[in-house]
Design a protein. Structure first.
Lengths: 339, 262
């Protein structure tokens, strides 16, 4: 049997799978209008599509679909040991989107989810209702959990909604972690002391090799400069550091590049952390056989895979030595294994 | 390998002619085989279809690059012109819904399909067939969901009595290029290629047999690391002879893993 010429990759969100119960929800309608050329498939529940057995994460990554749904269960999850809660009394992640537009080889979502598709829960108002009883004390909410919310902001406007909600609640602090270069959504909101935009930066070599579909370093840096210039609090994260044979060259160089265009005094913190992943997620990553990141000979401690101690120390010492040229040690945070 | 499934002999006939398939007696079903294609006539109904497809795929296990396409006729509401080809993105079987992944851009009409138990004389919301749910259930045990396609040709507007054997042959024959088109698109999406060739796999397994299971796993990881990092990486670093002592073999393996993961 003869085959045709190679298929052009299917455009982003060629299919919208929409739960019947929220078909007429205003957010669903707005997204449908934006993707008017996409095929609409009505479904009963997002899990019918998202949780199907025998999906191929790598094949789906070439042609992601969008699933619009209503979250019935919890939106908020308590912070995990893999991340930094910045000493707030309470620390939650909000899960209003599942799956990410970007496609990083080291992403734990590949091990967590059976699908590379993206689920957007349109009932964000229920997340706010869930959060309200906690807001009598200082509470940090990370809004980019299981996704990069800024990457999909032009579609969902969820970040803008969070910013509006935070304005009304003085004990609520937000952390919006992103690799996006699109900050249009932030320009409509009033900058707040209680909101931190945390940008993950990597050397261009690492971006090209492991952070597929993400904006270039140059574009991310331009977005950071612009966000700072309009008054937003910014944290820079060189986390996860992916160790390669060129580490000694490319990562110190990254720090020089960052601070040659971003005033060190204008950022809150610099966060440094080497790659780490729960062992079970790493196992799933290996099964996909997509990237060498999954197969490095990590050491496993307390169910967490990290670089061997000598490599991890080398990473942190090298980066700390470089970063302290620009910032005092108190403004540099590091992630280190708990031994 | 392309696995083609039809329900009826009449649907199969144009495919046999086109791909020069020969009758095979390997299974208790009507089966045709060719160079890169097998064609199974499952018989009508979901249960028959599920059983036949399971038998086929159990007999000839699919490899990572293979695909399966169900091609056949369907009844449809009047807004679906007779003779149109439809690519199916949702199969509705009562409360159960199935979703083949369509991961390629294409120019065909797409629709949901209702899989029914008996021929339908009254119009439904979507086109109807009688096998797709059974085929999907069986095929999705063996294939990833993006390796399976459903191509249906509208034969009637819920008037099954008007469908003749000659009409079916004509309809399918008129869409053989469409089938080629779909199978080309499906084939091009396949991403799950083996990291090592058959001969490399044999060499790796033979080398691993000199070590414990956990040592072998570490070596396997290091080899995957090296191949994914550099697709030109070659396996010629295995020594031709190994030390007798366990301890020395362990040291040799450690050095090898270090070299592979540098
Ligand atoms: S940006 Fe974050 S969530 Fe998205 S793929 Fe990369 S690591 Fe995963």
């Amino acid at each position: 049997m003869k085959t045709s010429s190679p298929a052009s990759p299917s455009k982003l969100f060629s299919h919208l799978y929409i739960e019947k119960s929220i078909f007429d929800h205003p957010k669903t309608e707005a997204i449908r209008t934006k993707f008017a050329a996409s095929r609409v498939v009505l479904i009963d529940h997002y899990k019918e599509v998202f949780n199907r057995p025998n999906q191929s994460f790598s094949a789906q990554s070439q042609s992601k679909k969008l699933i619009l749904a209503q979250r019935g269960g919890k939106f908020l999850h308590e912070g995990s040991q893999y991340s930094d809660g910045f000493d707030h009394q309470q620390f939650f992640y909000a899960s209003s989107v599942m799956g990410c537009l970007y496609d990083c080889d080291y992403c734990y979502l590949q091990g967590l989810y059976p699908s590379a598709n993206t689920v957007v829960f349109v009932n964000l108002e229920d997340a706010f209702a869930e959060l309200l009883p906690h807001l009598h004390q200082d509470t940090l909410v990370a809004t980019s959990y299981d996704t990069d919310t800024m990457a999909i902001e032009s579609l969902t406007h969820q970040t803008q909604e969070w910013l509006l909600f935070a304005r009304e609640h003085p004990r609520l602090h937000l952390e919006i972690r992103t690799k996006s270069a699109n900050i249009k959504g932030l320009k409509h909101a009033l900058p707040s002391e209680r909101v931190t935009l945390a940008w993950t930066l990597s050397p261009q070599y690492i971006i090209d090799r492991y952070e597929h579909a993400t904006p270039s370093l140059e574009k991310r840096l331009a977005a950071i400069r612009e966000a700072i210039s309009i008054g937003w609090k910014v944290r820079i994260c060189i986390d996860p550091v992916i160790y390669t044979d060129t580490f000694d060259l490319i990562y110190p160089d990254l720090i020089d590049t960052i601070f040659s265009t971003v005033d060190p005094d204008s950022i809150e913190h610099l966060t440094l952390g080497s790659f780490r992943l729960s062992q079970s997620h790493l196992r799933s990553l290996k099964k996909l056989r997509r990237s060498d990141v999954a197969f490095y000979p990590y050491t496993v401690y307390n169910e967490m895979a990290t670089y061997p101690e000598t490599v991890e120390s080398h990473i942190l010492e090298t980066l700390l030595a470089k970063a302290t040229h620009y910032l005092p040690a108190q403004r540099i945070r590091t992630w280190q294994r708990q031994s | 390998m392309i696995y083609l499934i039809t329900a009826l002999d009449a649907e199969a006939r144009p495919l046999c002619d086109r791909y020069k398939l020969k009758r095979s007696n390997a299974l208790p079903y009507t089966l045709y085989t060719g160079e890169n294609t097998v064609l199974l006539v499952s018989g009508m109904g979901k249960t028959n279809a599920a059983m036949a497809v399971s038998a086929l795929l159990g007999w000839r296990l699919p490899s990572p690059g293979d695909i399966l396409i169900n091609m056949g006729i369907c009844g449809a509401p009047v807004n679906y012109p007779i003779g149109d080809a439809l690519l199916i993105h949702q199969i509705i079987d009562g409360d159960r819904h199935y979703y083949p992944d369509i991961l390629y851009a294409h120019s065909l009409a797409e629709t949901s399909l209702i899989c029914v138990d008996i021929p339908q004389s009254s119009p439904q919301e979507y086109p109807v067939d009688m096998e797709s749910a059974g085929i999907f259930q069986a095929a999705s045990k063996f294939f990833k969901l993006h390796q399976i396609g459903f191509l249906k040709i509208v034969s009637d507007h819920c008037a099954p009595d008007t469908v003749t054997k000659e009409g079916v042959i004509r309809l399918i024959a008129s869409h053989l290029d469409t089938l080629d088109y779909v199978s080309g698109l499906l084939t091009d999406v396949q991403t799950d290629h083996a990291l090592f060739s058959q001969s490399e796999r044999e060499e790796i397994d033979s080398f691993k047999s000199h070590f414990t299971k956990s040592q072998g796993d570490m070596l396997e990881d290091a080899l995957c690391f090296a191949r994914l990092k550099n697709s030109d990486f070659s396996l010629d670093l295995f020594p031709s002879s190994l030390p007798n002592s366990k301890r020395e073999r362990g040291i040799l393996l450690e050095n090898l893993i270090t070299r592979l993961t540098l």
